[in-house]
Design a protein around this ligand. Structure first.
Ligand code: TXA
Ligand code: MG
Length: 313
């Protein structure tokens, strides 16, 4: 989007934009989210392009009710007790249901999904009107403060992003993120709801994620997909390796995929996780990956590839 968009917009306008694969910012009780249809890979990629985000982080999938959430993930009895706190500034990380329809750029190729039902009437009306989960990070350009008013969103993106105005956000900080691991609860991010409050509500203590693990081995963070195969980056393929090409590819006898034969970074980003999964599923020892230009979405692609290639313990 390069033109400024007419404001204000209604829930119906916002839903129509989102259903058409466009972005629209919307209010939640925590911060404003930059929303896209979470099942549409091109729409989700537009989030990264618009935010100028240098990496693909897995995103939170916002649902309007429990039925929508239950179509995305497996809810254990403990997860169900946590879900009883919804709508709330609480995000649950749960095992993904296969074939849940989410774009893998929304989950960054992980087999878990982050879900929440926000506690804001306009957000709930909007998601219900779209009829699909909305992927949404905070509605600010990368590296800037999270917006808590529609005006901040408009200013942040220079008027290029439509905003559904729901007034100032109540909480003003992002949701608390809890990963449910069997009968354990691990807090991945402190946020709008205190850890103690969650523990008290479900009668299970909430542990803190190990910080050191995250700092010393960024490639190994639970929230980062790592293939079983080793990755050789900026490489040409050798015998016995699989090859992940980009652009015109050299002749190669082995198994290969091309992220984008036309060297289109948007197409490459869309294919990245599924092609890595496909090659990895073949059980090869090493995947050689062609050089990817470090511009535009290439920065996020290279960030993911570097994490996936990082040395492992
Ligand atoms: O309050 C909020 O949570 C706001 C509003 C808009 O809902 N959203 C937000 O999204 O803060 P974002 O994209 O800035 O943060 C999403 C966080 C990231 O830290 C990401 O790593 C984590 O959720 N996340 C998403 N999926 C995950 C997964 N499968 N495993 C672990 N962490 C995950
Ligand atoms: Mg943010």
């Amino acid at each position: 989007m390069t033109m400024t968009v007419p404001q204000p917009i209604s829930v119906e306008d916002a839903a129509a934009l989102l259903r058409a694969g466009k972005l629209c910012a919307f209010p939640t009780e925590t911060v404003y989210g930059l929303g896209a249809d979470a099942t549409d890979p091109d729409a989700v990629l537009a989030i990264y392009e618009t935010k100028g985000r240098p990496r693909f982080n897995p995103l939170i999938n916002h649902c309007s009710d429990l039925a929508m959430a239950e179509a995305l993930a497996e809810f254990s009895p403990l997860a169900r007790r946590l879900a009883a706190l919804w709508p709330a500034g609480l995000t649950l990380v749960l095992p993904a249901l296969p074939g849940n329809g989410l774009a893998d750029v929304a989950t960054a190729g992980l087999d878990t999904v982050a879900i929440r039902i926000p506690d804001h009437p306009l957000a709930l009306q909007l998601i219900a009107a779209v009829g699909r989960p909305l992927a949404a990070p905070s509605a600010n350009p990368s590296g800037r403060l999270s917006p808590t008013t529609a005006e901040q969103v408009r200013r942040g993106f220079g008027g290029r992003v439509p905003v559904l105005d729901g007034g100032p956000c109540r909480a003003g900080v992002e949701s608390t993120i809890i990963r449910v691991e069997g009968d354990r609860l691990v807090q991945l991010r402190a946020g709008a709801i205190a850890r103690r409050e969650i523990a008290r509500a479900v009668g299970v203590p909430v542990e803190l994620a190990e910080k050191d693990a995250a700092i010393s081995a960024p490639g190994m963070l639970v929230s980062h997909y790592a293939p079983n195969a080793l990755l050789r980056l900026n490489a040409e393929p050798r015998d016995g390796e699989a090859y992940l090409a980009f652009g015109p590819a050299p002749a190669f006898d082995g198994v290969s995929r091309n992220l984008s034969a036309n060297a289109d970074l948007h197409e490459a980003a869309r294919n990245l996780f599924s092609m890595l999964h496909e090659l990895d599923a073949l059980g090869v020892g090493t995947i050689a990956v062609a050089p990817i230009p470090d511009t535009g979405l290439g920065e996020a692609i290279n960030d993911r590839l570097e994490r996936a290639a990082a040395p492992r313990p």
